[in-house]
Design a protein around this ligand. Structure first.
Ligand SMILES: [Zn+2]
Length: 311
């Protein structure tokens, strides 16, 4: 809890390159919450089984995930507009439905892999909280009043998304499925949220949230979080690669003998700029759908009462 920096004035500029804190937060949680590892192993087994059963993705129903956005602000500008929040929901809806116009930039050898996850998002509530914390870290402080933020709402049935200032060049982080409810959800830097307002290039196309919701639905970084070719992301249709790619790389970029096509750096789970990432693969989608159905089933439950109220 010591990593917060109350009162410290940090420059409000987007970091030069992407950095995601999901794995750092994950390592801490694995120690603090022993059941988490067993939950993830169970989910991994369910994913393998699903893969062997040759799940027909095209026939899967479109899922609607109710989403709560918590705006936590230390400066007036960080209390972002409803329009900026809507712009982020729109990006999530495009990217998780394969409706993003830039998907056509996927190189020809992989065009058949770029997939519609058949997942959509519906904004159900926005909360706004003033804080004295100038920059949060991956310590989950933003997820409690005691830490300077606000507790999540109904994590079993809702995706919770905190938008706040983050320190140390972090763009965001997420909790994998099977972790403690009190900290479940996704955190996004105010400078990398949505496509308008406080969003700053090159992270102003809403892709930080796409990447972090990928983690929330059990996707790993495509290089496997090792500094060499030994790590994997548990997904067969993303080529093995050495490490993260940054900025806007030229295709192909070959590592780990993965020629001729090289790294799939245009995947949402790499570290490239927002404009350079535009696809999930079919096997990543299978992983996310399995996570939803086995580890986050409450997100799928849509009580009739809730529908009726909408009319
Ligand atoms: Zn990440």
């Amino acid at each position: 809890m010591a990593k917060r920096s109350p009162g410290r004035r940090e420059p409000r500029a987007a970091p030069p390159r992407r950095a995601c804190g999901a794995m750092a937060a994950h390592m801490l949680l694995l120690e603090r919450f022993p059941q988490f590892r067993a939950n993830l192993m169970r989910l991994e087994r369910a994913t393998s089984k699903r893969r062997e059963a040759r799940f027909d993705l095209a026939a899967a129903p479109v899922v609607v995930i109710d989403t709560v956005v918590h705006v936590v602000h230390s400066r007036a500008a960080e209390n972002i507009s409803d329009a900026q929040i809507e712009s982020q929901i729109a990006v999530l809806n495009a990217d998780f439905r394969g409706a993003n116009p830039d998907m056509k930039k996927v190189p020809a050898p992989w065009a058949g892999l770029a997939s519609d996850a058949r997942i959509s998002f519906r904004l159900s509530k926005v909360t706004r909280t003033a804080t004295k914390v100038a920059g949060f870290s991956t310590d989950d402080g933003v997820k409690s009043a005691a830490g300077g933020g606000i507790a999540p709402l109904d994590t079993a049935t809702h995706l919770n998304l905190w938008v706040c200032p983050l320190s140390g060049g972090l763009l965001g982080y997420a909790q994998f499925p099977g972790g403690p409810p009190a900290t479940d959800g996704v955190v996004i830097n105010t400078l990398a949220f949505g496509t308008t307002g406080t969003a700053q290039a090159p992270f102003d196309l809403g892709r930080t949230a796409t990447h972090e919701v990928g983690h929330y639905l059990n996707l790993r970084h495509i290089w496997g979080d090792t500094p060499d070719c030994s790590g994997g992301d548990g997904v067969a249709d993303t080529p093995n690669c050495e490490g993260p790619n940054y900025g806007t790389p030229a295709w192909p970029t070959i590592t780990c003998n993965n020629g001729p096509n090289g790294d799939m750096f245009m995947n949402y789970m790499d570290y490239v700029d927002d404009a350079a990432m535009f696809m999930f693969t079919a096997q990543q989608v299978l992983r996310m759908r399995t996570a939803l159905e086995t580890a986050r089933p409450g997100l799928l439950a849509k009580p009739a009462a809730r529908k009726r109220r909408k009319r």
